[in-house]
Write a protein that binds this ligand. Structure first.
Ligand code: NAI
Ligand code: 15L
Length: 261
């Protein structure tokens, strides 16, 4: 077990799953966010930090063995907002990780780096990136930064292109893209435990009947998703009869949103 795992964005939706689910993956979880999160329990440290603040991030990362980088604006937003949280925040994190000798980052990338591929097209880690939004571009930047820091400094990253991680799929598209919280946790745990991952790009998706993404290249992890969106299909298909905006694209509605001020 590693000693200290830093979790950025720990106050968000996925952060909540992680706080409970990754207890067994590190002796100490250092939980951080720009917003207030509830006080540290046994085996936890809580640090409030804006990822855009370089000095604060240097301090935050010191003493950590690995990082689960969830902290970000998690949807389409203005370039200026993304510039701070996602572009600068991710750069600050990688620089701090390099200086502190962190071994591995698990970067919460997104399906929106490939969101302009048409629905039904089968993609793997070699697929061309086709971001569907400035948000998707910010995650694509994070993946490039991760590649640079591996090639230049040997800092390992799993770029985890998460589909839709919520308690349950919310619409027709998520019947393909859903990642159950349980599968998310088991995948992250494998990515922490694996002896070596190098620079890895993979998809965070459950065993959905109509999924579009292959993780065959990552079989060495020994991860098998246990959940599927099938039990939700009937109710969703009955409710959502009309195609939703952006339903031709894997990124769904993100592909239809213009540039936000
Ligand atoms: P969320 O929006 O619930 O949580 C993100 C957290 O990051 C928030 O608590 C927010 O306060 C924090 N944050 C934002 N700006 C920050 C800054 N400047 N400094 C420090 N913290 C900051 O999002 P969620 O759903 O928990 O997602 C976590 C990560 O996974 C995000 O990076 C998101 O882009 C990514 N992701 C999530 C997916 C999902 O289905 N939930 C799908 C694909 C990617
Ligand atoms: C994401 O990247 C978002 O962070 C999340 O809120 C969902 O919109 C998800 O993608 C999705 O594509 O469903």
């Amino acid at each position: 077990m590693i000693k200290r795992l830093l979790v950025t964005g720990a106050g968000g939706g996925l952060g909540h799953y992680v706080r409970e689910g990754l207890k067994g993956s590190a002796e100490i979880l250092r939980l951080s966010d720009i917003i207030d999160i509830s006080p540290a329990l046994c085996g936890e440290e809580v640090v409030r930090c804006d990822l855009a603040d370089r000095e604060a991030v240097n301090e935050l990362v010191r003493g950590c063995d690995a990082i689960l980088h969830l902290g970000a604006i998690s949807s389409e937003a203005s370039f200026d907002a993304l510039l701070q949280a996602n572009f600068l925040g991710t750069y600050n994190l990688y620089e701090a990780a390099r200086k502190a000798g962190v071994r591995r980052v698990i970067f919460a990338s997104s399906n929106h780096v490939i969101g302009f591929h048409p629905v039904g097209e089968w993609l793997d880690d070699k697929a061309e990136r086709r971001p569907d939004s400035l948000y998707g571009v910010s995650k694509s930047f994070g993946e490039d930064l991760a590649r640079l820091y591996f090639d230049k400094f040997g800092l390992e990253t799993a770029c985890l292109r998460i589909g839709s991680c919520f308690d349950a799929p919310r619409d027709r598209r998520m019947l393909s893209t859903w990642l159950s919280p349980r599968d998310f946790i088991s995948l992250v745990a494998k990515l922490i435990e694996a002896p070596a991952i190098g620079h890895l790009v993979l998809y965070g998706v459950s065993a959905n009947r109509d999924a579009w993404w292959s993780n065959a290249h990552a079989d060495f992890l020994g991860w098998k998703p246990l959940d599927t969106s099938e039990p939700y299909r009937e109710a969703i298909e009955r409710r959502d009869e009309e195609p939703a905006a952006g339903s031709d694209y894997q990124g769904g509605r993100f592909a239809t949103v213009g540039i936000l001020d």
